[in-house]
Design a protein around this ligand. Structure first.
Ligand SMILES: Cc1cc2nc3c(=O)[nH]c(=O)nc-3n(C[C@H](O)[C@H](O)[C@H](O)COP(=O)(O)OP(=O)(O)OC[C@H]3O[C@@H](n4cnc5c(N)ncnc54)[C@H](O)[C@@H]3O)c2cc1C
Length: 318
């Protein structure tokens, strides 16, 4: 079922959803099931599965020269989505990127998803390959998520890359896109970022999922600005519980979001790992309760392998 239909059917009740990462290559899918099983109690409306593009690693040869190798450390996005839908009858949402995909790759990926009965896709640009500063699209690929949304939307109208295909069948994907309450790192300012977000919606995206944030006011202000420029679709907040002390530096570095002073000081005061987890948990619960009280349609958790923490949050909120 489409995310937008889930929201409509919920008729004002806040839904629960979460995101998982495919396991590292070499591990099996049981770790994913072990992660999902306890969270089923809260009836997730959908489960997102991230996509991880290739990375370049350098292997030293016997002669001392370095050989560049392309590796994909977390393959399996499509297979995991199929397994989730098959095993749990819960909607699985694969993330799909511009990075590393030609238009042809994208079309073939979408055909697989359509055949698997997947109704939603999260359309993203992706980041630069590790060790490179700027994102580079494939020669025959997309430079921005808006172009990817346009290709999915074309397929939804039965327009394939080969315009001469006869009697082609239209897909019916509900398209989600990303947004950043604290601005995407490359955007010159929030206004410009929201301008391009609106473009993704105008082209055909039906809902938005945000980057994590730790200050609800930033989310509420962001939603207000989006509504002011005419973005009407559901805006789903992404929530990440802090689980380690190290994350107070890692999260701002990797995701370009701020931690509020109070949260920071509470974490710094902690004597051990368990105390940090408790602070992170309480913060996420209080964020969630406030968002739920504000009538937000879905709370989406970045579980990052910590299903026990997300379970505790969901138990307190749903
Ligand atoms: C909810 C969520 C899920 C994610 N899942 C994944 C995942 O599974 N795998 C992964 O690798 N990454 C994932 N990411 C990270 C994402 O790929 C990066 O943040 C990436 O840098 C931007 O992706 P985007 O889709 O927001 O890009 P875009 O919407 O293309 O925007 C990228 C930047 O370009 C600007 N921009 C957009 N259009 C134009 C234009 N026409 N001209 C000039 N500037 C423009 C925007 O303002 C922004 O600064 C996720 C992010 C979020 C928030």
């Amino acid at each position: 079922m489409k995310v937008t239909d889930h929201i409509q059917q919920a008729a004002g009740k806040t839904l629960f959803s979460f995101e998982i990462l495919p396991p590292l290559k070499g591990q099996n899918i049981q770790s994913i099931f072990d992660h999902i099983d306890p969270l089923l109690e809260f009836k997730p409306a959908f489960i997102d599965v991230t996509y991880h593009r290739e990375e370049y690693v350098y292997k030293e040869l016997d002669n001392g020269l370095l050989q560049k190798q392309v590796v994909k450390k977390r393959p399996g996005t499509v297979g995991i989505c199929a397994a989730i839908q098959n095993r749990y009858q819960v909607d699985a949402i694969p993330h799909i990127l511009c990075g590393g995909f030609t238009r042809e790759d994208t079309e073939n990926f979408l055909i697989d998803l359509d055949f698997l009965g997947i109704d939603n896709v999260m359309a993203l640009r992706g980041d630069a390959v590790k060790n490179e500063i700027y994102f580079k699209p494939e020669k025959e690929g997309h430079a921005y998520a808006s172009e990817l949304v346009a290709q999915i939307q074309n397929l939804n109208q039965g327009k394939y890359l080969d315009e001469e295909l006869l009697n082609s069948s239209a897909t019916d994907f509900c398209i989600g896109v990303a947004a950043y309450p604290e601005k995407h790192i490359e955007a010159p300012n929030l206004e410009s970022d929201i301008y391009f977000l609106k473009k993704k919606i105008d082209i055909g995206a039906s809902y938005i999922v945000t980057q994590m944030f730790f200050d609800n006011q930033k989310f509420f202000d962001f939603v207000k600005r989006c509504r002011e420029v005419g973005i009407q679709v559901p805006i789903i907040p992404g929530i990440k519980p802090i689980t380690t002390r190290h994350q107070i530096n890692l999260i701002p570095h990797r995701f370009h979001v701020d931690l509020p002073d109070i949260l920071l000081h509470e974490i710094i005061k902690c004597k051990d790992h368990q105390a940090v987890q408790q602070v992170g948990l309480e913060w996420a619960v209080s964020q969630s309760k406030e968002l739920k009280a504000a009538g937000i349609p879905v709370l989406h958790y970045y579980s990052m392998g910590k299903s026990d923490v997300v379970h505790k949050i969901a138990a307190a909120v749903f």
